[in-house]
Design a protein around this ligand. Structure first.
Ligand SMILES: C[S@@+](CC[C@H](N)C(=O)[O-])C[C@H]1O[C@@H](n2cnc3c(N)ncnc32)[C@H](O)[C@@H]1O
Length: 210
């Protein structure tokens, strides 16, 4: 399944869905076509992507917003999607959200551990995690306001993902990635990266033996 379809699948069970940084608008289109959602909001900070979403979503029950993050969103929603951005931008968009009824689906392009650290510090709880391969491994976090404590290992491997057998290929990929990377690093950076490699190796072994 490709990344966009995978995100759309994760809207199942949510009636009103806001897509922040909707760009092409394809996530909402798939979600409507599959009958998962009833209403949509597509928002983007840039006019051209918003126009693209308007074109993709012509005839669907969608409201469009030119908005920096949540700034101009004046309606309630059940799920907000923030995907295809770096972990710092996702954190900036999410930081002041304080509504316990909202769920957020976050899909950082890279460095998921940075986002997990932010969520722990800023009073968010990871309620589920997913991974899909679409030329690259993409992780997704489903999140609500709440409290959680993550170990250093969990920031890298994911507190929910570490229990999922379907994540085995992702963990295998991460083990290979760190095994290739470490010999190329300056000596002072190796120790930390060997620790991270061991987090992935231990999780992989636990999942394979479960
Ligand atoms: C790489 S695209 C990702 C598109 C889609 N969400 C996905 O996962 O395929 C990032 C989009 O986010 C928009 N964007 C960047 N910063 C934003 C912000 N602060 N608020 C809303 N949209 C933003 C960009 O204009 C762009 O259309």
């Amino acid at each position: 399944m490709n990344r966009i379809e995978f995100i759309a699948e994760l809207t199942k069970g949510y009636d009103v869905v806001l897509d922040i940084g909707s760009d092409h608008g394809l996530v909402l289109k798939y979600a409507f076509d599959k009958g998962y959602i009833k209403k949509g909001m597509a928002s983007d900070i840039n006019p051209n992507p918003l126009k693209a979403a308007q074109k993709t979503l012509t005839g669907y029950p969608v409201e469009f917003y030119l908005s920096n993050g949540f700034e101009s969103i004046d309606k309630t929603f059940d799920l907000a999607i923030i995907t295809g951005m770096g972990p710092h931008l996702i954190s900036e968009i999410l930081i002041n959200r304080n509504n316990p009824n909202e769920t957020y689906l976050l899909g950082p392009n890279q460095k998921v551990y940075i986002l997990r650290e932010f969520l722990m510090q800023e009073g968010f709880e990871i309620i589920d995690e997913y991974v899909v391969y679409d030329g690259f491994y993409y992780c997704f976090l489903k999140v609500k306001k709440g409290r959680m404590q993550l170990t250093d290992a969990e920031k890298y491997i994911g507190p929910k993902l570490k229990t999922k057998k379907e994540a085995i290929p992702y963990y295998e990929h991460m083990v290979t990635h760190y095994e290739n990377l470490i010999p190329q690093l300056p000596t002072k950076l190796r120790k930390n990266n060997i620790e991270i490699l061991n987090y992935f190796k231990e999780t992989l072994n636990q999942l394979k033996n479960a």
